[in-house]
Design a protein around this ligand. Structure first.
Ligand SMILES: [Zn+2]
Length: 351
């Protein structure tokens, strides 16, 4: 075995170039055999360089695990060394497998990549960072799924050619945020280009396929950090606001308002993801309590809602042309997380 520090060997299991037998025939069979967060290493043609990929930080986001299982099973030889970090094995294994984002009493692992690294998730995050420091990868991807269905996109804290090139291996939309939450993508601050990839919905076959095809490109290209002429044009959306619903407010997804809810959105509003909504297109209906049930958050600051939405005849219109994304039609997520994110139609921040 390679040398590993004692603390990390307590956190991780290590697999070097696992055989098809070790992997099992399906990702679920493999998951059954995994007992801890796991580091997988595969040597490349060029052994002087390494690329890293994390996935399953959220236990209910399987596209990255499915892609990795398939890629390993096919026994590819990558262009450079590959380092894979499977973070959320514990929540992923709780039956029914791949249904829990995090442990019932645990923390969101992708908020733990900052001091003080408290608790079990903090220890996993710190050990992942230690693996990255040792491996000195030339870049890092973190593969996720969105909660609803919807198109793929990438998220970064740095928007430059390298980050756009990494994005273009998977998708043509890049969200740039100045928010710091303790997410793994903040590893970009260590001068290692780092991008989060949201492959699409966790139940979408298309998302699993994208995760696999992206991994094949990531592992097989000699250079993944320069923009190639054949790559997609990447649209950059900067510093979106989060549109949140007040905790006590009610929401319905209906073709017409019942009159009972504080906000009503059409059931097919997910189709608006990443499309431009102009100021004369209604997004939904507002109840008797008006816009007070919504808030617009940018950089952890509450902003003036009047600059985002207008109300006319009980309908909600954007105050200017916007692009909305991560729109959910799940009322539980709408209340516990947010309704959607939005930028100006140009991709610039609203505030
Ligand atoms: Zn996630």
């Amino acid at each position: 075995m390679d040398t590993v520090t004692l603390s990390n060997s307590n956190v991780f299991d290590y697999l070097n170039h696992p055989s098809p037998q070790t992997l099992g025939r399906s990702p679920l069979e493999w998951l059954e055999k995994l007992h801890k967060p796991t580091v997988v290493r595969v040597a490349g043609r060029d052994r002087s360089r390494t690329r890293a990929m994390a996935t399953l930080l959220h236990g209910n986001e399987p596209s990255g695990l499915f892609a990795l299982h398939r890629w390993l099973f096919e026994q590819h030889t990558p262009e450079v060394n590959m380092l894979f970090l499977l973070g959320g094995i514990y929540p992923a294994k709780i039956p029914p497998a791949l249904s829990l984002r995090q442990l019932p009493e645990g923390r969101d692992l992708n908020r733990c990549f900052k001091e003080p690294f408290a608790g079990e998730e903090g220890a996993i995050a710190e050990a992942m960072l230690e693996e990255l420091r040792k491996a000195e990868p030339e870049c890092l991807l973190d593969i996720h799924n969105t909660s609803g269905t919807g198109p793929s996109f990438a998220v970064t804290i740095t928007n430059d050619a390298a980050h756009q090139a990494l994005t273009s291996l998977y998708t043509d939309r890049l969200i740039m945020t100045d928010l710091r939450l303790g997410a793994l993508m903040e590893y970009s601050e260590q001068e290692v280009p780092t991008v989060t990839i949201e492959c699409g919905g966790s139940q979408d076959e298309q998302a699993h396929q994208l995760a696999y095809e992206g991994l094949v490109r990531y592992a097989s290209r000699p250079d993944v950090l320069s923009l190639q002429k054949a790559d997609w044009d990447v649209a950059v959306l900067r510093n979106p606001i989060r549109v949140e619903l007040a905790p006590e407010a009610s929401i319905e997804y209906r073709l017409e308002p019942s009159g009972q809810a504080d906000i009503t959105l059409p059931p097919d509003i997910e189709h608006r993801n990443f499309g431009v909504v102009s100021p004369d297109e209604p997004l939904g209906w507002i109840g008797k309590r008006g816009l007070g049930v919504l808030s617009a958050i940018s950089h952890n600051r509450t902003e003036n809602m009047e600059r985002v939405f207008r109300i006319k005849d009980g309908k909600i219109y954007p105050a200017q042309a916007i692009k909305a994304f991560m729109i959910t039609t799940n009322p539980i997520i709408a209340k516990s997380d947010c309704l959607f994110y939005a930028v100006k139609a140009t991709g610039d921040p609203i505030f």
